[in-house]
Design a protein around this ligand. Structure first.
Ligand SMILES: NC(=O)c1ccc[n+]([C@@H]2O[C@H](COP(=O)([O-])OP(=O)(O)OC[C@H]3O[C@@H](n4cnc5c(N)ncnc54)[C@H](O)[C@@H]3O)[C@@H](O)[C@H]2O)c1
Length: 436
């Protein structure tokens, strides 16, 4: 490494920017707390730690569209590039009525950490529009996506910042983004977004990638703890893209899915639930409730289900000090982003529950997004077997190196992930130096 300045780390000044409400910092506060927890482990690199607490670039845009009834509606849109020290920004776009600047900032920072933790050559970014998409037609959502893409077109691009799907966005949204960006630059630029349909330069294996990564990380954790995957009892919260794929793959490897909770309810069976049949039941009836051979539980009872592995794969802030002491699992594998609050994390640690943190456990999605981007650049596409083999290897190597760091420092896997990731980001910062 190049020489680092010998001065002590500067005292943190103005770490709360004027554009956030310092009395109600939202998800950004959780991220700041996570950075504070890791700073003592960064050695001389702590000199640069303040960089982590400030997003590099924030763009707030107005997104006006014609509604189907002929009126004009305006929506608030964001794109935040948290850090680009190690490569272009990368991260999803969320359509949700509760999106805030603080949330997009935190999600963009978590992408910086995730990409560095699994050693992908990216920085972190995230975008969002404050809208409840359930209340709008396909045509309205297409116009919204296209106008938003044009507004953030100033800062995105295959070598600058590469969006992807997140909550309430999907391959069709990415197809519209790719087309809009391509029309604006006058050439087909498939590499500007990932998570595209396979017909437009999307990657095989992307749909299941996050759930597959959750499985690989969970299986590694069971192995380290000397527990059997065969017959392991698994409870899943969230039965969408991530939760369903993870449940299926655990089931295919001999684990037993004992509980499933989604927005429609909670079902349980100590004998095990077939996730394929449960998903078919959900598609046919609109609810997991009433699935043959299952008992209904209350929302709260889900957290007390006797199980070995718990997979939160729905929303943020689900595991809280209220339910952390009830959880029976020995391993929690975070499919969702930010499902465990820092206070709940401390309780789980005291109780000896191993938490495989989101920045590692759900990194399978961005890893296959990286493969998609590489394939788009070379216009040479890999087989699904090649993709899965490379994904499994990256997830296993990342798990092993974080486990070693956790053991060496006597810290949780989450802190270990932050140590590894922040070290990589700040080494890049130090090597590049401060411009100009
Ligand atoms: N899709 C990806 O590739 C990916 C990658 C990394 C992280 N994530 C994260 O994983 C999480 C889930 O994403 P997804 O793509 O599977 O979304 P999704 O919309 O496909 O599924 C979400 C699931 O959560 C359930 N849910 C919603 N509210 C709930 C509640 N109050 N209680 C219980 N269940 C509830 C829904 O019913 C649904 O089954 C999010 O935190 C997302 O940021 C997703």
């Amino acid at each position: 490494m190049t020489s680092l300045p010998s001065e002590p780390a500067p005292r943190a000044l103005h770490s709360v920017p004027s554009y956030l409400d310092k009395n109600n910092l939202g998800p950004w506060e959780i991220y700041l707390e996570q950075v504070d927890r890791v700073t003592p482990y960064l050695g001389k690199l702590a000199y640069w730690a303040e960089t982590l607490k400030r997003p590099k670039r924030i763009l707030i845009v107005d997104v006006p569209i014609h509604l189907d009834d002929g009126t004009v509606a305006h929506f608030e849109g964001y794109r935040v590039q948290h850090n680009t020290s190690r490569g272009p920004a990368k991260g999803g776009v969320r359509f949700h009525q509760d999106v805030t600047l603080s949330e997009v900032m935190a999600l963009s920072a978590w992408m910086t950490i995730k990409n560095a933790a699994v050693n992908l050559p990216y920085g972190g970014g995230k975008g969002g529009i404050r809208i409840d998409p359930r209340n709008y037609s396909q045509g309205e959502l297409e116009r919204l996506t296209r106008r938003y893409t044009t507004e953030i077109g100033l800062i995105i691009g295959p070598e600058k910042d590469i969006p992807a799907p997140d909550v309430n966005t999907n391959p069709q949204t990415m197809a519209w983004m790719m087309d809009t960006y391509s029309m604006n630059v006058g050439r087909t630029a498939t590499g500007v977004v990932t998570g595209k349909p396979v017909q437009l330069g999307g990657s095989l294996g992307r749909a299941d990638a996050t759930g597959r990564g959750v499985f690989v990380a969970g299986a590694e954790a069971l192995g380290k703890l000397g527990m059997n995957l065969q017959g392991a009892r698994v409870a899943v919260q969230g039965f969408g893209n991530v939760g369903y794929a993870a449940a299926r793959i655990f089931h295919d490897h001999g684990a037993k899915i004992v509980a499933i909770q989604d927005v429609s309810g909670t079902i349980f069976s100590s004998a095990g639930l077939d996730p394929y049949a449960a998903q078919a039941h959900l598609q046919a009836s609109g609810s997991v409730l009433g699935f043959e051979g299952s008992d209904a539980l209350s929302r709260e009872e889900f957290w007390q289900v006797p199980c070995d592995v718990l997979i939160p794969a729905a929303l943020e802030k689900q595991i809280t000090p209220e339910n952390a002491s009830l959880i029976q699992a020995r391993v929690i594998v975070e499919g969702a982003n930010g499902p465990t609050t820092p206070a709940a994390d401390d309780i789980l640690r005291e109780r000896g529950v191993t938490v495989v943190p989101d920045v590692l456990a759900n990194a399978g999605g961005v890893t296959v997004s990286y493969f998609e981007w590489v394939q788009d650049f070379s216009s040479f596409f890999w087989t699904e077997d090649e993709i899965n083999a490379r994904l499994d290897r990256i997830m296993r190597e990342a798990f092993t190196s974080l486990w070693e760091v956790a053991e060496r420092h006597g810290v949780t896997l989450r802190t270990a992930a932050y140590i590894v990731a922040c070290t990589r980001v700040l080494e890049a910062r130090a090597l590049r130096g401060l411009y100009p």
